[in-house]
Design a protein. Structure first.
Length: 327
């Protein structure tokens, strides 16, 4: 009977602490035992399954889908947002809101943020970030050339500058087109000391915020002029390409697709993301599902923020395989 009496005492301590809301010191005084004994009993209550923890996901959250994404693609975290319709505009807005909250809650002091500034979804994120009273970040670095059509370029420039201001950081713009006319033109641009200074920061980025693109460019990117011709994109598709991160292409298995076009892009190479401490991808929508799947299989993404419709399509894929981020 001694064990039963011990368990009875443990159960009473657990009841007082978890249900009645009493402090450990008050429990110890009431039962005439030491506070250390109360602490040991509370631990024992868990071991004996007298106390069991149950997590009830709030309505509008999708913990099972998030778990499915983490397990299928080796992600550190997955955030699936509620969306009433499988429509691009609505999806971008919801993803942007969720991403803003994550950045506000997890940004570390001295972070160097890399941002792909031709993304409408990332622009939505910046629209939802609140000014941080105690500035945390050190730099916000533009990771893809930001020059283009002036009517659209202002969005890319403001995105980087506004994010820097909101996070208390210094903006480092990449004052070059995302796509040079030729490899030779790119080399000339890279000789500019101001452009070189920004590119040299790529290796120091601790948080990369990226969009995922399908082969068909987004409205913002298409308007900027930083795109390839339909024939050039057809060649990428023929080589197996299904999508891109900052105009660096990959195939359905996550392998890098190298073509001569790569030599014209002024921005952060895809392989460099493997050395970034945390890579957060913002993407959703039916037209991007195949591209997102390929991007997740690159092993470069740590956190995916997407919508519930896209998440359902991704976890339903029988070929989805766990793939951890390479060291």
């Amino acid at each position: 009977m001694s064990r039963l009496n011990e368990l009875r005492m443990i159960a009473r301590v657990a009841q007082m602490y978890h249900i009645e809301g009493k402090r450990q010191a008050d429990i110890a005084k009431h039962l005439r035992i030491s506070q250390a004994t109360v602490s040991r009993m509370l631990k024992k209550a868990v071991e004996e399954e007298i106390v069991r923890t149950t997590v009830v996901a709030p309505s509008g959250t999708y913990s099972e889908l998030e778990t499915g994404l983490r397990e299928a693609f080796g992600l550190a975290e997955a955030i699936v947002v509620e969306c009433s319709e499988d429509r691009e505009g609505a999806i971008m807005a919801r993803i942007g809101e969720a991403a803003a909250h994550i950045i506000e809650a997890t940004l570390q002091p001295g972070e160097i943020i890399g941002v792909s500034s031709w993304s409408q979804t990332i622009l939505k994120m910046v629209d939802n970030i609140h000014p941080m009273k105690n500035g945390k970040a050190k730099y916000v670095v533009q990771t893809l050339g930001g020059m283009g059509d002036p009517t659209v370029q202002i969005h890319a420039t403001q995105l980087t500058s506004r994010l820097a201001k909101l996070t208390g950081a210094e903006a480092r713009l990449l004052s070059a087109p995302g796509v040079a006319q030729s490899r030779e033109a790119k080399l000339v641009l890279l000789s500019d000391p101001y452009i070189r200074e920004t590119i040299d920061l790529f290796s120091r980025i601790t948080l990369a915020i990226v969009g995922i693109g399908a082969l068909e460019p987004s409205w913002m990117l298409a308007r900027s002029g930083n795109i390839f011709t339909p024939n050039e994109l057809a060649a990428v598709k023929e080589a197996g390409g299904v999508g891109d991160i900052s105009l660096r292409f990959f195939d359905q298995d996550g392998g890098t697709v190298k073509t001569p076009l790569d030599d014209r892009v002024i921005g952060m190479p895809l392989e460099d993301l493997a050395h970034v401490e945390r890579v957060v991808a913002l993407a959703g929508g039916e037209t991007k599902t195949e591209a997102i799947r390929g991007a997740l299989r690159t092993g470069k993404i740590d956190v995916l923020i997407t919508d519930r419709f896209t998440a359902e399509r991704l976890v339903a894929t029988p070929q989805a395989e766990a793939q951890a981020k390479p060291l």
